[in-house]
Design a protein around this ligand. Structure first.
Ligand code: RFL
Ligand code: PHB
Length: 396
């Protein structure tokens, strides 16, 4: 016999326990607003998923305001500049000197762990392994979300749904296609990312590009490196051996000097480079946040930062609504979030094009890239503009 459905009412149903959903839940809790968080994957999986690592200063401040930055402040690495290498020429962008702002290196899965710990300590509802979430009814003044919780069918009625379930989630599909405009751009290259038990070759990030393609040296600590290699879009994560990956990284980052420290590869990820954005980011009582609404290529490290900015924006608007009944901030959510997301798209595309040559790159393309590099390194105004976008654009 099918067990009787569980009936739950909550002000806000949050779909997805990534950075956007978990931060939103935390900020709602701090404002005395109850919510239920539903996550498709297991806790272990979301706490181990290796993804972003670069947090803008505004993101760090948002996490501090949310009271979840204790470990980040102890363990995160503060960076004040990075290196850009083009065919052997090196330029350091001193972004803190130019803008007064820094960035932090701290793994996304650590942010997720800290937010989950805060939610469980507070006793907030957070359900993992819920793989059949459906936004069933979006009515004028609320919504119904159905799923299975602990083997029982559940019907969750709520006043708002926060779709924080990433690019492949279900929230966006609850919006009638005619009410959404989507834009997609696919780049003709991908990134192969590795996490390795090896010290970074330099204390700052190194973005290197040249004839052989792009490579990035990033890190998670003084003993764990995160490195990326531009690869053709069709390649799979296991096409190359570890030795081949290290040799290619060394060629692109150091000119083949052998100076790149190597070590056991702990994880590999293949990242297709694409841009996606949907407009508006709201339909009735459903709001879309983070990757559910927009994805950017990782070149400029904007995705997580935009997701955090969306969560803070919506939490503030919901807090005003529940405190005063005023809906102006909720009504402004989509336009404000989209403005930032488009700025993120533009800068991410610009940085992607600065760093990569596609298949069939011509001498003309290489000449343009050299000109961009020369402009950046020869003009304080250009460097400052670049630095401002790199360190803090997600909150403008
Ligand atoms: P997430 O993190 O994808 O979380 C969505 C959550 O929703 C769950 N989910 C569902 N839950 C319930 N029902 C369903 N039907 C569901 N479908 C999905 C998923 O399991 C997941 O837990 O989205 P969110 O919160 O919007 O956060 C976005 C960021 O994760 C993303 O933008 C960044 O990782 C992008 N990114 C980077 N961003 C930065 O700001 N700085 C970086 O340095 C940076 N590096 C990167 C990156 C992304 C990368 N990859 C793998 C795409 C480096 C890489 C390699
Ligand atoms: C990372 O550490 O994962 C990272 C850093 C900078 C980027 C992209 C990814 O531009």
């Amino acid at each position: 016999m099918t067990p009787a459905p569980l009936r739950i009412h909550t002000p806000v149903c949050v779909i997805g326990a990534g950075p956007a959903g978990l931060l939103l839940a935390r900020l709602l809790e701090l404002n005395g607003i109850d919510c239920v968080v539903l996550e498709r994957r297991g806790r272990d999986h979301v706490e181990r998923r290796v993804r972003a690592g670069l947090l803008e200063q505004g993101t760090v401040e948002a996490l501090r305001r949310a009271g979840v930055a204790g470990r980040l402040d102890r363990e995160g690495l503060v960076h004040e500049g990075f290196e850009l290498r083009l065919e052997g020429d090196t330029y350091r962008l001193p972004f803190t000197k130019l803008t007064g702002e820094s960035v932090w290196m701290y793994g996304q899965q650590e942010v997720v762990k800290d937010l989950i710990a805060a939610r469980t300590t507070a006793g907030g509802a957070l359900h993992f392994d819920v793989d059949d979430v459906r936004v069933d009814r979006l009515a004028g003044d609320g919504a119904t979300v159905t799923c299975t919780l602990d083997g029982r069918p559940a019907e969750i009625t709520c006043e708002f749904v926060a779709g924080c379930d990433g690019f492949h989630g279900v929230s966006r599909t609850a919006v009638p296609a005619a009410s959404l405009t989507t834009s997609t751009h696919t780049y003709p290259y991908a990134w192969l990312g590795i996490l390795a038990a090896a010290p970074p070759m330099s204390p700052e990030l190194v973005y290197a590009t040249g004839e052989r393609g792009f490579a990035l040296q990033s890190m998670r600590s003084s003993t764990v490196s995160r490195l990326y290699l531009q690869v053709p879009p069709g390649e799979s994560a296991d096409t190359r051996s570890d030795e081949e990956i290290w040799a290619e990284l060394d060629l692109r980052l150091t000119g083949g000097s052998g100076a790149l420290p190597t070590g056991p590869v702990l994880e590999r990820t293949l990242v297709p480079l694409r841009s996606f954005i949907c407009e508006p980011m709201q339909h009735g009582r459903l709001f879309l946040l983070g990757d559910a609404a927009h994805i950017v290529p990782p070149s400029a490290a904007k995705g997580l930062n935009l997701a955090v900015a969306d969560a803070e924006l919506l939490a503030g608007a919901l807090a005003v609504w529940y405190a005063t009944g005023r809906r102006a901030a909720l009504d402004a959510y989509s336009a404000t979030a989209l403005r930032r997301a488009w700025l993120g798209q533009e800068f991410s595309r610009w940085m992607t094009e600065l760093l990569h040559t596609g298949p069939g790159g011509t001498p003309f393309d290489r000449g343009l890239r050299r000109a961009r590099f020369d402009h950046l390194t020869g003009s304080t105004a250009a460097a400052t503009d670049f630095a401002e976008q790199y360190v803090g654009q997600s909150r403008r």
